[in-house]
Design a binder for this molecule. Structure first.
Ligand code: CP
Length: 307
């Protein structure tokens, strides 16, 4: 499979997404044990160029690159010359001049990966680790891998409910790209009207206003983080009201299939979009998502380097 950069899952076919998932599945034992593939990217340098905070994505990319034998440079925006006004492009080009072969980029600016790719040497590789509200492709892949591991490979059989702040969520967009590409049987979306996108993002999805109805008989419930800053913007009235309308608790989860899978990309607002009992309960796949992140990122790194 030829892949120079990974910017958006919208750029990939179902076959390419499936190939990456297969590769990640094969890498899972090495991803989570000391039995690593340190020869695979020996001599390559990978920089995690994060202009926004991260726990899961940055750490798992760093572990993935290290377990493949790459040199890993963790760029910390808060202690960089960006605070003196240096642009993202200049920052990237300076690190590239030090011999970085691939950048894993997180940025608040939608579409900034294209600007960086245009400014870089043709041989430099880029992976999107989340840009604005647009894309988070490796999160989309690890979510699909998690669903496949628990429910099987035939997405046409699945009913999935996605709930919360879809409008501002790059995770939601990447999950929706992947679910549609893989032919998911039914995708129901639910959230406050002000937090639902009004563009083509939800084409092919069923909008269900009432969360009890949205969750009925589904195989997977994908919860999204309520971005609390939306309260300051007046898009959410109160956390209590939001929880009562869109929070996932054990009563609501009982409306889904008995073996329905609960997913959340993290970080979670416990007690707001999800209760402790559900997040830590027997149907939760949240830690499995995190574990799969390392394998998925190893698969993507190997693929973009043709390793
Ligand atoms: N899911 C996710 O992107 O988490 P981080 O922001 O911690 O990387």
């Amino acid at each position: 499979m030829n892949l120079t950069h990974l910017v958006s899952l919208a750029d990939l076919s179902a076959g390419q997404i499936t190939a990456l998932l297969d590769r990640a599945q094969d890498l899972r034992p090495q991803a989570l044990s000391g039995n690593t593939q340190r020869g695979a990217l020996q001599g390559k340098s990978v920089c995690t160029l994060f202009f926004e905070p991260s726990t899961r994505t940055r750490s798992s990319f760093q572990l993935a690159a290290m377990r493949l034998g790459a040199d890993v440079l963790g760029f910390d925006a808060s202690h960089s010359s960006g605070s003196k006004g240096e642009t993202a492009v200049d920052t990237m080009r300076n690190l590239e001049a030090m011999g970085v072969d691939a950048f894993v980029v997180r940025t608040s600016v939608d579409g900034q990966l294209s600007e960086l790719i245009d400014a870089a040497n043709a041989s430099t590789r880029f992976i999107n680790a989340g840009d604005g509200r647009s894309n988070h492709p490796t999160q989309g892949l690890l979510d699909m891998l998690t669903i496949r591991q628990h429910k099987g490979h035939d997405f046409s059989r699945f009913k999935i409910a996605m709930a919360g702040d879809i409008r501002h969520s790059r995770v939601a967009r990447s999950d929706l790209h992947a679910l549609k590409a893989l032919g998911c049987g039914e995708i129901r979306v639910c959230g406050p009207q002000a937090l639902l996108p009004d563009d083509a993002t939800l084409d092919g999805c069923t909008r269900v206003a009432d969360f009890d109805e949205a969750i009925a008989d589904v195989d997977v419930v994908m919860m999204l983080r309520l971005q609390r800053e939306r309260m300051q913007e007046g898009l959410v009235t109160s956390l209590e009201h939001y929880h009562s309308q869109y929070g996932l608790d054990t009563r609501r989860l009982a409306l889904a299939k008995p073996d329905a899978l609960v997913m959340h990309p993290g970080p979670m607002n416990r007690g707001v979009e999800i209760t402790d009992a559900v997040a830590d309960g027997p149907q939760s796949a949240i830690m499995a998502q995190v574990s799969n992140g390392v394998a998925v990122r190893m698969a993507v790194l190997k693929t973009i380097f043709g390793a």
